[in-house]
Write a protein that binds this ligand. Structure first.
Ligand code: PXP
Length: 250
């Protein structure tokens, strides 16, 4: 059995909300590309960006520029649409993470419905994989969804930590953490690479980082928000330390 404890926990920094801030005034500042380069310098293992259908934050030209600028892997979050598939095949990111997308939602509210939607997802996953793009599915820690992801040949599942982070601290949040822990073990046993993300902060990261099957966390909103006060390098450094400390307990 592989020694999970030795696996480095990667930090993917999501820079969408640097673009949100830029778009508030419609100009060039602050630049999500500059943020990505700073994140890379501060120790991020990857950069994540979500090109939404409504282009509310990241724009097409940002994705092109990111791909050119960074030396670490680009994780391209996309809805399961023909338009986004074309974008992914044009950009050829390291990984494409398929997420559900509701036009009215403030953020990605729940995991992707994989079970029951195999006929729609299978050709998309095949085309991405044929282009050399690793395929990740953003799902709830639910056995049925994880099994469906494995059956479809996904390389990765990213477990949705939103409900865990939104739960009040205490037993309710711990129950959610146990659900994610079970999902991580289940997915790993199916041969899937396991990532996690959504809503993670200094307060909530440790109980997820401690799970040995999880090899990557994708974190955005909290880091960008906290960076307003102490800077991106500082918050990435603090998050990195918390992740490393938790990992030692795994
Ligand atoms: N992972 C996925 C698949 C997401 O859709 C998001 C939000 O774009 C994140 C991680 C990051 O979530 P947050 O911005 O709350 O840290």
């Amino acid at each position: 059995m592989e020694n999970l404890k030795l696996k480095h926990l990667r930090l993917g920094v999501n820079i969408d909300h640097v673009a949100t801030l830029r778009n508030a005034r419609g100009g060039m500042h602050p630049s999500p590309i500059a943020a990505a380069l700073l994140a890379q310098k501060a120790g991020a293992d990857g950069i994540t960006a979500h090109l939404r259908e409504d282009r509310r934050h990241i724009k097409d030209e940002d994705i092109n520029a990111l791909k050119e600028a960074i030396d670490i892997p680009l994780n391209f979050e996309m809805a399961a649409t023909e338009e986004m598939l074309k974008n992914a095949l044009r950009v050829v990111p390291n990984a494409a993470c398929i997420v559900p997308e509701g036009r009215e939602e403030l953020t990605t509210e729940g995991g992707l419905a994989v079970a029951g939607h195999e006929a729609k997802l299978a050709p998309m996953i095949d085309q991405l994989k044929q282009a050399g793009i690793r395929v990740s599915l953003f799902v709830d820690a639910d056995e049925q969804e994880l099994q469906a992801a494995a059956n479809l040949g996904a390389d990765i599942v990213e477990l949705h930590t939103g409900r865990y982070c939104d739960s009040p601290a205490g037993e309710e949040r711990q129950q959610e953490a146990r659900r994610i822990a079970h999902g991580a073990r289940f997915a790993h046993a199916l041969g899937l690479e396991v990532h996690a993300g959504h809503g993670l902060s200094f307060e909530t990261v440790s109980d997820i980082a401690v799970l040995p099957e999880i090899v990557e966390l994708n974190i955005g909103h909290f880091l960008i928000g906290a960076a307003v006060f102490t800077g991106l390098e500082d918050v990435i450094g603090q998050m990195r330390n918390l992740m490393d400390e938790a990992r030692k307990q795994a």
